[in-house]
Design a protein around this ligand. Structure first.
Ligand SMILES: Nc1nc2c(ncn2[C@@H]2O[C@H](COP(=O)(O)OP(=O)(O)OP(=O)(O)O)[C@@H](O)[C@H]2O)c(=O)[nH]1
Length: 218
């Protein structure tokens, strides 16, 4: 694992013509304070849950092998700005950098769910190219059922209405759920790149048909 301390679009972003010449995905994690963004990142990178993470904003680089192919993940674990209005909680630079976004809330913290709802609107209504960026909404801390403040249905519906993927997971309890989130986002990123190039693979067609007929994808 290589820890990068300074987000840099020159180092990790797309090339000047917007193409990626190697299998690389820039993934931006957003969401309110204390929802588990760092826990998710560290779980994905190390398979471990260490409990306390500190307030560090970093880009982590990690190479993974998926279906026999090497893919380089760059993960921007962001800090929710405490002093800003929610409307300023995502920077232009972050959105330009990101190939895909994971929006995290805690199922026990209603206000963190509202932050995600605002952030998804902010992205989708930005009127920029990045408005169509693939997004997955994640309800974390699923292990804390007794403190649940947001139902699964509500989370799922919000995601559906903004054309986002949706997962409920516990970064504390399992690695598998976290892995699924990143792999699903990678699939969406690949589809989005194929659509931009005018090529829609069989998987994309299956997804479109599934969406029309309401088949669950999880
Ligand atoms: N029970 C439970 N606790 C979790 C889970 N994920 C994270 N936590 C705890 O929630 C707290 C916040 O986790 P972080 O990963 O630091 O959250 P963050 O969103 O990165 O927080 P900031 O850096 O403040 O923005 C820590 O005490 C974690 O141990 C989970 O799935 N279940």
């Amino acid at each position: 694992m290589v820890v990068q301390d300074k987000p840099s679009s020159r180092q990790y972003g797309k090339t000047m013509d917007g193409n990626h010449h190697k299998a690389e995905a820039n993934i931006l994690l957003l969401g309110a304070l204390n929802v588990g963004k760092s826990a998710l990142t560290v779980r994905f990178l190390t398979r471990r849950f260490i409990g306390e993470y500190g307030d560090i904003e970093s880009i982590y680089s990690h190479i993974d092998k998926i279906d026999g192919r090497e893919i380089s993940f760059n993960i921007w674990d962001s800090l929710y700005p405490q002093s800003c209005e929610t409307t300023d909680s995502i920077s232009e630079k972050q959105l330009q950098w990101a190939d895909g976004v994971i929006l995290v809330y805690s199922i026990c913290d209603r206000s963190s769910f509202e932050v995600v709802r605002q952030q998804v609107q902010l992205i989708r209504q930005s009127g920029k190219l990045s408005a169509n960026v693939p997004i997955i909404i994640v309800g974390n801390k699923r292990d804390l059922q007794h403190q649940r403040a947001v139902s699964s249905e509500e989370g799922r519906l919000s995601a559906l209405s903004a054309d986002c993927g949706f997962f409920e997971i516990s970064a504390a309890e399992t690695y598998h759920g976290v892995l699924l989130v990143f792999h699903e986002l990678l699939d969406l990123i690949r589809e989005s790149r194929a659509v931009k190039k005018g090529v829609t693979g069989i998987k994309g067609i299956v997804r479109s048909v599934s969406a029309v007929f309401g088949k669950k994808r999880e």
